[in-house]
Write a protein that binds this ligand. Structure first.
Ligand code: TYM
Length: 320
């Protein structure tokens, strides 16, 4: 199977990115061919500062390597270093019904809030389809919020195949059930735009502070509670050992506990969970040449496949 996924360098990665997506990249790399990219062309829709974008791309590469992406097993590259993707995006755009894009949530949400949206944001799912189809990808590991975009990708691939003959491989979204929608500190989906994130590599003290401020309900202390669906417990489940998770579930069901203790356990467990990655990150940060060489080799490898697929698509639709 060929696995592909992308992540936007719009700020430091958070637990939603890790448990919803990055953790899957790392698991898949042992058994499948993996292509993972930093989606800087997408990020231009929100980041309008060249220095910030460059720094974010560098940070994203370091974060992914520190978290365990192994360049000997998987290919890591920067989206914009594969020019074929913009070309394929255009070819797909010509067959994209407007109504399909109008229904996509990134654009619809902004419009509903009366915020200005660019043509880039409107056509974003088409670029995402190009990202996926350009590499004959079979599986796309993502969080639940991206599933709609993968459906659009499948629609575009299907319609192209019907029109011009079998050209594209049909991709499939891979969502992990226990982390399809990681909650943020306020219980809503964890997202940079909701300002409710726990970043993976922010200083331990800051993460602790944010954890201690996680919103909770006003349940009296003696009252028992079902843990599943409580966002504090759902976060703990991600970073604690199965034994500790069970212990905490029992505490919830017994009642008579304070949320402060659970938050402390969550902070301790998260510190342990990301400790090794933190150490690797410090090393990688001091070796930017190595990081650059990984991205260069990744781009060269990705381009080989991209040019082969693009030639097939162009020939199918009469461009060459
Ligand atoms: P992005 O950068 O917003 O998020 C990266 C990945 O993290 C997942 N994610 C979450 N998963 C569970 N719970 C959450 N709270 C949470 N927040 C984020 C996202 O689902 C995603 O998998 N459009 C994509 C980037 C992209 C892409 C692609 C992905 C561009 N081209 C091609 C796959 C294939 C995005 O904005 O993800």
């Amino acid at each position: 199977m060929r696995i592909l996924s992308g992540i936007q360098p719009t700020g430091r990665f958070h637990w939603g990115n890790y448990f919803g997506a990055i953790r899957q990249y790392i698991e898949f790399q042992h058994e499948h061919e993996g292509l993972y990219f930093i989606a800087d062309l997408h990020a231009l829709n929100t980041i309008r500062d060249a220095g910030v974008l460059r720094q974010n791309v560098q940070d994203a590469a370091i974060d992914l390597l520190a978290l365990g992406l192994d360049p000997a097993k998987a290919t890591l590259f920067v989206q914009s270093e594969i020019p074929e993707v913009s070309r394929l995006c255009w070819l797909l755009m010509t067959g994209t019904p407007l109504g399909l894009l109008e229904r996509c949530h990134a654009f619809k949400d902004k419009k509903a809030k009366g915020l200005p949206a660019s043509a880039g944001l409107f056509t974003y799912p088409v670029l995402m389809a190009a990202d996926i189809l350009l590499y004959d990808s079979n599986w796309v590991p993502v969080g639940e919020d991206q599933v709609q975009h993968i459906e659009v990708c499948r629609d575009l691939a299907r319609s192209f195949n019907v029109h011009f003959g079998e050209t594209f491989v049909m991709p499939e979204a891979k969502v992990v059930e226990d982390a399809a929608k990681v909650p943020g500190t306020d219980g809503e989906k964890m997202s940079k735009s909701y300002d409710n994130t726990l970043a993976i590599f922010e200083p331990v003290k800051d993460v602790r502070k944010k954890i201690m401020r996680i919103s909770t309900d006003s349940r009296p202390m003696e009252e028992a509670k079902e843990p599943e669906g409580d966002h504090l417990y759902d976060l703990l489940k991600l970073v604690a050992s199965p034994e500790e998770t069970q212990e905490v579930a029992a505490i919830y069901r017994r009642g008579g506990f304070g949320y402060g203790d659970i938050k402390k356990r969550l902070a301790d467990a998260s510190e342990r969970y990301f400790a090794a990655a933190r150490e690797r990150r410090v090393e990688l940060e001091s070796n930017p040449q190595y990081v650059r060489s990984v991205l260069d080799q990744g781009a060269a490898k990705a381009r080989e496949k991209a040019s082969e697929v693009l030639a097939r698509v162009e020939s199918a639709c009469g461009i060459k």
